[in-house]
Design a protein around this ligand. Structure first.
Ligand code: AMP
Length: 148
């Protein structure tokens, strides 16, 4: 059976975005792992016994980025599942999309990550080296564009 993990694609809207296009002011939060090849990823982690997927996504976001559920708005209608091999085993990762209510909210990393970045879509796709993650970010962005 595949290892299952869940997380949140976190974004913020910059209040002083000069452009008229609402989505131009959007930045995505990526964390750089302190393990392995130090890749960049949204907060996510393994589902614990007795937890549902969305609970895991919020718990991991709190543990890895210091963001409480009360500081976030979950965006209805977006959910994406990725499948890739990790450490020789198939892994499934489910992502939801959530906005940080206050764009100045402090990010507090755990030992699992060594850096974080708020990135515009184009840069987020460069940092997220995996094609499926890049496609997920683009899809999330298009979803946000289509809502406005
Ligand atoms: P993670 O799932 O981010 O904890 O990473 C576990 C392993 O899978 C690491 O070796 C990563 O480099 C790799 N990995 C992470 N994300 C992806 C992805 N989207 N596609 C393929 N491999 C990945």
């Amino acid at each position: 059976m595949a290892v299952r993990a869940c997380g949140l694609i976190i974004y913020r809207r910059l209040q002083s975005a000069p452009s008229s296009k609402v989505t131009d002011g959007i930045e995505y939060l990526l964390l750089q792992t302190s393990y392995g090849t130090h890749h960049w990823t949204p907060p996510k982690g393994h589902v614990d016994a007795g937890e549902d997927d969305l609970q895991t996504a919020f718990r991991e976001t709190q543990e890895e980025a210091g963001l409480q559920a009360s500081q976030l708005t979950l965006i209805e209608g977006y959910k994406k599942e990725l499948h890739y091999p990790a450490h020789g085993k198939p892994k499934t990762v489910v992502y939801w999309l959530a906005e940080v209510k206050d764009c100045n909210t402090e990010i507090k990393l755990s030992e699992e990550h060594q850096a974080f970045q708020w990135l515009k879509l184009e840069d987020a796709c460069k940092f997220a080296e995996y094609e499926d993650m890049q496609a997920t970010l683009k899809e999330a962005h298009e979803f946000l564009c289509s809502k406005k």
